[in-house]
Design a protein around this ligand. Structure first.
Ligand code: PLP
Length: 366
C-alpha cells in the first residue's frame, strides 16, 4: 500500500523500554528490574493524587469536562495569566504536534539544536517541513540567530533544560534572543524539566508569565510527566498569547484528556512540597553520580534535569553498555539514535542508583 511520502523519512520514535519487555526478553523478575530510562519521577507522585482519583472512579461513564475548567484555572493561577492563554494536551507532546501542524510546512522549516527532543523532528516530518539544526550540541543562541536570519524558519525550538543532554540556557539570554526574532516566528520554549533546572540554578529559571507578556510569539510548554510524577496520566500544557492558543485549539480533538488525568494533574499541581522534596532528592543523588564519574574519569554533561548523560570514547560503546546493563535488568537510554556515543541515565531513588553504580562498576572492570 502507498502511504504519504512524508512518512518515508520518519523513524518511529523509540521510547524508553518498558519493564514488561525486559521481563519477557530476559526472564528477569519485575522486582529485580530498575528503569532509569524515561526521566520519570522515581518517588511516584503526590499522595493526594491517588485519593482524589479514587473519588472520581464513579464518573467514568461520562465524557470528561471538555472545557477543562479546573485544571486550566489552576494553571492560569499558577502562571499568573488568563485561562484563555492556556491549552492542555495529552502530554505536552500533543501541544507540540498542534503547534507544528499549525505553523510548519514544506516551505516553512523548523529550527532546533543539534541534539534535542526527538519528537520535534518527527512532527516536522508529518507536515513535510525541512529541519534545520545548529552544529553545536548545546543550545548556542548565536548560532540559532544566524540560522534564523539565513532561513527564516516558521518555528524555533528551545528546549531548556534540554533533553537528552541536560544543558540549559540563561533566562536573560533567552530574553535578549527573543527581542531579535520577528513576531511571525513561533518560538516554542519547552520547559519539561524546568522544575529541576530552576532549582539547580536560579539564572536558568524561566518565568513563563513575563515571557509571554513581552512576546506574543512564544509558546511555553510544561508537563506533568516528569517532576509531577504523572507520566502514565499523559497531561501537558502550553501557555501563549490568545491568537496562538486559538489556532492550536482548531487542531485539538475533543475530550483529549481523560477525567482521571484532569483530576490527577489538578491535585498534583497543588502539592508544591512534593515537588520540592523530589527535586532536592534528585540533586543530592545527582551529586553521587557526578562523584562516581569523576572518580572513574568518565565524561558526563552537567545536567539541570533529573537525568545525567555519560559520554564515551571508543573502544567504549554506549550501545553495548546499554545492552549489557539491560541484560542485567537495568534499563538506561542509549543515545546512538541521536548520533552520540552516550547513555542517558534517569536519576533514581538512592537504592536504584546504588544498583546502577554496582552494575556499571562491574561492567567497567570487564
Ligand atoms: C518528556 C518530555 C516532553 C513531554 O512529555 P509528555 O509526557 O508528552 O508531556 C516534552 N519535552 C521534552 C523535552 C521531554 O523530555
Amino acid at each position: 500500500m502507498q502511504f504519504n511520502s512524508t512518512l518515508e523519512s520518519i523513524k518511529t520514535y523509540e521510547a524508553g523500554k518498558p519493564i514488561e519487555l525486559v521481563v519477557r526478553e530476559f526472564g528477569i523478575a519485575p522486582e529485580a528490574i530498575v528503569k532509569l530510562a524515561s526521566n520519570e519521577n522515581p518517588y511516584g507522585c503526590s499522595l493526594h493524587v491517588s485519593q482524589a482519583v479514587e473519588h472520581i472512579l464513579s464518573k467514568m461513564a461520562r465524557y470528561p469536562d471538555d472545557s477543562m475548567y479546573k485544571l486550566k484555572a489552576s494553571l492560569a493561577k499558577r502562571y499568573g495569566v488568563d485561562a484563555g492563554k492556556v491549552i492542555i494536551g495529552s502530554g505536552s507532546d500533543q501541544v507540540i504536534e498542534f503547534a507544528v501542524h499549525a505553523k510548519a510546512g514544506p516551505s516553512r522549516p523548523v529550527l532546533m539544536s543539534a541534539v534535542t527532543f526527538a519528537m520535534y523532528e518527527i512532527y516536522a516530518k508529518h507536515v513535510g517541513a525541512p529541519v534545520l539544526r545548529t552544529t553545536s550540541r548545546h543550545h548556542d543562541l548565536e548560532e540559532f540567530y544566524a540560522l534564523y536570519q539565513a532561513h527564516k524558519p516558521s518555528i524555533i525550538f528551545i528546549c531548556t533544560p534540554n533533553n537528552p543532554i541536560g544543558d540549559a540556557i540563561d533566562a536573560a539570554s533567552l530574553f535578549t534572543f527573543m527581542e531579535k526574532i520577528d513576531s511571525d516566528t513561533l518560538v516554542i520554549v519547552d520547559g519539561a524539566y524546568m522544575e529541576y533546572g530552576r532549582a539547580r540554578d536560579a539564572a536558568k529559571a524561566l518565568d513563563a508569565q513575563s515571557l509571554i507578556k513581552h512576546f506574543d510569539n512564544v509558546l511555553y510548554l510544561g508537563t506533568f510527566s516528569k517532576a509531577y510524577g504523572l507520566g502514565g496520566m499523559r497531561v501537558g500544557y502550553g501557555i501563549a498569547s490568545e491568537p496562538i492558543i486559538e489556532a492550536l485549539y482548531k487542531l485539538r480533538p475533543p475530550f483529549n484528556i481523560t477525567t482521571l488525568s484532569l483530576e490527577a494533574a489538578t491535585v498534583a499541581l497543588e502539592d508544591e512540597a512534593f515537588i520540592e522534596q523530589s527535586v532536592a532528592s534528585n540533586f543530592s543523588e545527582m551529586a553521587r553520580y557526578e562523584a562516581f564519574a569523576k572518580e572513574r574519569g568518565l565524561e558526563y554533561i552537567e545536567s539541570y534535569t533529573n537525568f545525567i548523560t555519560f559520554c564515551f570514547e571508543a573502544p567504549m560503546n554506549g550501545t553495548k553498555i546499554a545492552q549489557t546493563l539491560l541484560s542485567k535488568g537495568m534499563i538506561v537510554r542509549d543515545l546512538a539514535s541521536y548520533g552520540l556515543n552516550s547513555i542517558r541515565v534517569t536519576i533514581g531513588t538512592p537504592s536504584e542508583n546504588d544498583r546502577f553504580f554496582e552494575l556499571f562498576d562491574h561492567l567497567l572492570k570487564e
